[in-house]
Design a protein around this ligand. Structure first.
Ligand code: KE4
Length: 430
C-alpha cells in the first residue's frame, strides 16, 4: 500500500540541491520518520493534498495556525480584498490596532502588545524586554521547551532541535549559552534551588505552560502556580510562551485555563491565521521600555503586515463565537477516546496526552512528565506508526517530539477514519 510519491520525490531531489535538506524548516524533512516529505499542492478544510494527488486528513495544520481548517472562505475572501488595497506600507494601519485589541481582550495580562513576524521574534523580543526591564542577564528555560531559534534560547530545546538530537545548536556562542539556565520541566524544587543560588541575577523565566515541543506534556498540579509565586518573590519576569497553546487550549490560552497571570506572553501561529505573525506583550511597566517609548530596541519591516493582520482578525472573529470552542473540544475529546480505545483493542502500550485541541501519542507504558521521560519513549515505533498512518491517508506531525492539532473543519467521519487507521496501524507495528 506504498504511497505514490513520484512528483514529491522529483521535487525533493531538486530541492535538496537548492535548500538545506531540501526544506525551509528542518522538521519538514521527515528525517525522524523516514521516507520522502509530502510536497503540498493545496489544502481545504481538514484535508491536505500533495503534488501526487494523494489526500490526507491533516493534524499538522501548519503546526497549529489552521485551527479553522485550511482555506476558510471568510479568511481567503478577506485576504483577496486586503491584497487589492496593497500588501505592505511600512506604516501603521487600522488593522494592527484591531488585532491587538482583540488579542488584549482575550489575554488581559498583555496590557501592551507588539506585533512581530514569528514566534521566534516574539520570544527573543520578550526576553530582551525582560532583560532591559530588570537589568539582569540570566534567563531560565526548561528542557524540551522550544521558543524558536534565537541564539540564547536554542539551548536544550525541543521540537526539531530535539528531533535531530542537537538541543544545543552549534553556532551559539558559549557566552550566550552561559546566560541560559536550563532546568527539567515539572520540577519546582530545581527551580526553587536555582533561585536560592542566583535568583537575583535572573531576568526571566520563559516556559511553554503546556509543552508542545516534546510531544504534549502537561504541567503537574501546582507547578505553574509555584513558578508564579517564586518568580514574584525574586522579581523575575514570568514569560508564558503561548505561541502554540494560545487559542489552542482555550480562547484565552493556558493562562486562562490554569488561571495564572504571567508578566509577559508570546503568541504566534493562530493569530496569523496562516500568515507570518507573532506577538509579545505584557505589563505596561515592562513594555514601556520598548522603542520608541523606551530604549529597548526591537523593529521589523513587515511587522503588523496588513494581510497577516487580516487573516488573524478573521480567524479570531470566528474563534470568539461562543459555540466554537465547544465544537473544537468535542472533536478533540472524540479523537482522544478513539485513539485510546484503538490502542487498547490493538493491545499496544501508548500514552495519549491532550491539552484542549493539541495532543500527542507516545509509545510507552509509563507516564511522561518531562523531556527525559519523552526521550525514553519508543520513537522508532512512532516513526513506523507515522508511516502506516500516512499510507492510510492520515497526516500526523513527522516527529514524536511534536504535537498534533484539531481544527473546526475535522468531521466525525474524519475522526472515525483516523481511529480506524490507527487501530490497523497499531496492529501492524505491534
Ligand atoms: P516560529 O518562529 O516557528 O513562528 O515560532 C517558534 C516557536 C516558539 N514557541 C513555541 C512554543 C513554538 O512551538 C514555536 C514553533 N513551533 C514549531 C513546531 N513545534 C514550528 C514548526 C517548525 O519549526 O517548522
Amino acid at each position: 500500500m506504498a504511497l505514490n510519491q513520484k512528483k514529491s520525490k522529483e521535487l525533493f531531489k531538486k530541492a535538496k540541491r537548492i535548500m538545506p535538506g531540501g526544506v525551509n524548516s528542518p522538521v519538514r524533512a521527515f528525517r525522524a520518520v523516514g521516507g520522502t516529505p509530502l510536497f503540498i499542492d493545496s489544502a481545504k478544510g481538514s484535508k491536505i493534498y500533495d503534488v501526487d494527488g494523494n489526500e490526507f486528513i491533516d493534524y499538522v495544520l501548519s503546526w497549529g495556525p489552521m485551527i479553522l481548517g485550511h482555506s476558510h472562505p471568510k479568511v481567503v475572501n478577506a485576504l483577496k480584498k486586503a491584497a487589492e488595497k496593497g500588501t505592505s506600507f511600512g506604516a501603521p494601519t487600522p488593522l494592527e490596532v484591531e488585532l491587538a485589541a482583540m488579542v488584549r481582550k482575550a489575554y488581559p495580562s498583555m496590557e501592551i502588545i507588539r506585533m512581530v513576524n514569528s514566534g521566534t521574534e516574539a520570544a527573543m523580543s520578550a526576553i530582551r524586554a525582560a532583560r532591559g526591564f530588570t537589568g539582569r542577564d540570566r534567563i531560565v528555560k526548561f528542557e524540551g521547551c522550544y521558543h524558536g531559534h534565537a541564539d540564547g534560547i536554542l539551548v536544550q530545546a525541543g521540537s526539531g532541535a530535539a528531533t535531530f538530537g542537537v538541543p544545543t545548536s552549534p553556532g551559539v556562542p558559549k557566552d550566550y549559552a552561559r546566560n541560559t539556565i536550563t532546568l527539567p520541566y515539572n520540577d519546582l524544587r530545581a527551580f526553587r534551588n536555582i533561585c536560592k543560588k542566583t535568583g537575583k541575577n535572573i531576568a526571566c523565566v520563559i516556559i511553554e505552560p503546556v509543552v508542545g515541543n516534546s510531544g504534549c506534556i502537561l504541567p503537574k498540579p501546582g507547578y505553574l502556580e509555584g513558578l508564579r509565586k517564586i518568580t514574584r518573590q525574586y522579581g523575575i519576569v514570568l514569560i508564558f510562551d503561548e505561541v502554540m497553546t494560545g487559542f489552542r487550549i482555550s480562547y484565552g490560552g493556558a493562562q486562562k485555563a490554569f488561571k495564572i497571570k504571567p508578566d509577559m506572553t508570546c503568541l504566534g501561529k493562530v493569530i496569523g491565521g496562516g500568515l507570518p505573525v507573532g506577538a509579545y506583550g505584557g505589563k505596561k511597566e515592562i513594555m514601556s521600555r520598548i522603542a520608541p517609548d523606551g530604549p529597548v530596541y526591537q523593529a521589523g519591516t513587515l511587522s503588523g503586515n496588513p494581510l497577516a493582520m487580516t487573516a488573524g482578525i478573521e480567524t479570531l472573529k470566528i474563534l470568539s463565537r461562543p459555540e466554537t470552542y465547544k465544537k473544537l473540544m468535542a472533536k478533540s475529546m472524540a479523537l482522544e477516546e478513539g485513539m485510546k480505545d484503538a490502542a487498547k483493542r490493538a493491545g499496544i502500550q501508548t500514552r495519549f496526552y491532550r491539552a484542549g485541541t493539541m495532543f500527542c501519542t507516545y509509545f510507552t507504558d509509563r507516564e511522561v512528565h518531562n523531556f527525559s521521560d519523552a526521550a525514553k519513549t519508543d520513537m522508532a515505533a512512532f516513526a513506523a506508526f507515522f508511516r502506516k498512518m500516512l499510507e492510510r491517508g492520515v497526516n500526523l506531525a513527522p516527529s514524536g517530539y511534536e504535537a498534533g492539532f484539531m481544527s473546526l473543519a475535522h468531521s466525525q467521519a474524519d475522526i472515525n477514519r483516523t481511529v480506524r487507521a490507527a487501530y490497523a496501524s497499531f496492529r501492524e507495528i505491534k
